[in-house]
Unconditional design. Structure first.
Ligand code: KG4
Ligand code: ZN
Length: 343
């Protein structure tokens, strides 16, 4: 099935054509990073207005790059949530309008589920279940157990800042451009081990995370002025990576997971990728960097699998802004109990 997918949950307007939830024929991403950089963060009203400007050209480009027209599209998918309401509405309604106008099946997709399904966009054997998913984005940090397509059980997550949010805030403390994540990672390349010891919140007895203490510790170090930017960036990155890789590898072992799937913007971090590969006993899948950060191909991949299970969304379904993993899974289970039980 050839799906046109649209994503606009935050500050990227994206469209893609994806076949059978596995092959991205095109993936176009119009980033607004430069627009928001001067404010040091995303301004929701500016983002939604920019989505309005970008949406039609981006969809046109995605179709052209895939060598097709709307006549070749068999279903339309859009990101339903979580994200910024004003941003979500633009892409979601564009997807609905195309589906309605063309009388095509329509599906609303959970953005975080999309991040996970970026792992299906890679050639070769499909990911195997049960899988442990580490979702690390700008807004979420979750450890989710996935027994089959569309079935999620959240076993841990952050109690305060998301991993990407912590990178972005520390980037700002260090005077680096927005978004901080990639810039902190770049600065860390010229840093190395030092006498600076930043704290790791292990949250013993749970698979939860906490990054706010680490962020405050980094603030105090910056204020004291004893260490240079590359050293602080290196030590901060090591502290985040240590906890993420340590907890993920341990939980994968305890659950007997067949694979670990990494997802979200922070999965683009090279040190995190290295350390997860090194510490996990089972295969670790991490999407190529272009599919780690926000894109629409991942939405098309998730949609392809749900559409194949017979799922459709009502055309009047609304967006949502906060996530609930249990709800995502329950919905799928209700629709396809036999398929779900078979996995
Ligand atoms: O998944 P994503 O593109 O958007 C959300 O759904 O939130 O994630 C964006 C986050 C930002 O916080 C960004 O700083 C972070 O991913 N990020 C990175 C790297 N590349 C992007 N963090 C650390 N290292 C990177 N290389
Ligand atoms: Zn995202």
């Amino acid at each position: 099935m050839r799906v046109l997918a649209i994503e606009s949950s935050c500050d990227e307007t994206a469209a893609a054509v994806v076949v059978d939830g596995r092959v991205a024929r095109s993936s176009v991403v119009a980033s607004q990073v430069d627009l928001h950089a001067r404010y040091g963060g995303i301004v929701p009203e500016v983002a939604s207005r920019q989505h309005l400007r970008n949406i039609i050209p981006v969809v046109r480009e995605a179709l052209a790059n895939a060598g097709c027209t709307l006549d070749d599209i068999e279903a339309v998918a859009g990101t339903r949530g979580p994200g910024l309401a004003g941003s979500l509405l633009v892409g979601y309604n564009a997807a609905k309008a195309i589906a309605f106008g063309r009388e095509l099946p329509f599906l609303g997709v959970n953005h975080l589920e999309g991040h996970i399904y970026a792992n299906w966009l890679v050639e070769g054997a499909e990911p195997r279940f049960p899988a442990l998913c580490l979702v690390v984005s700008g807004g979420h940090t979750d450890l989710v157990f996935m027994r089959g397509h569309g079935l999620y059980e959240r076993l841990g997550g952050t109690r305060d800042d998301a991993a990407g949010e912590a990178f972005d805030k520390v980037g700002r403390l260090l005077g680096l451009p927005f978004p901080g994540g990639p810039h902190v990672a770049k600065a860390a390349e010229t840093g190395g081990p030092s006498s600076l010891e930043l704290p790791r919140a292990w949250m013993h007895g749970s698979f939860d995370f906490s990054f706010s203490g680490l962020k405050t510790a980094a603030l105090h170090v910056v204020q004291a002025g004893q260490y240079d930017v590359p050293t602080i960036a290196w030590e901060f990155q090591e502290a985040v990576v240590d906890v993420l890789a340590g907890k993920t590898s341990r939980l994968a072992r305890e659950l007997g997971a067949a694979e670990v799937l990494v997802a979200g913007g922070v999965a683009a971090n090279t040190r995190l990728r290295e350390e997860l590969q090194r510490r996990c006993a089972v295969p670790v899948r991490i999407p190529p960097k272009e599919f780690c950060t926000d894109n629409a191909a991942m939405i098309g991949a998730a949609a392809g699998h749900r559409l194949a299970l017979g799922e459709r969304s009502p055309i009047d379904e609304d967006i949502f802004t906060t996530n609930q993993w249990a709800r995502v899974g329950e919905r799928e289970q209700a629709i396809s109990p036999r398929k779900a039980a078979a996995v």
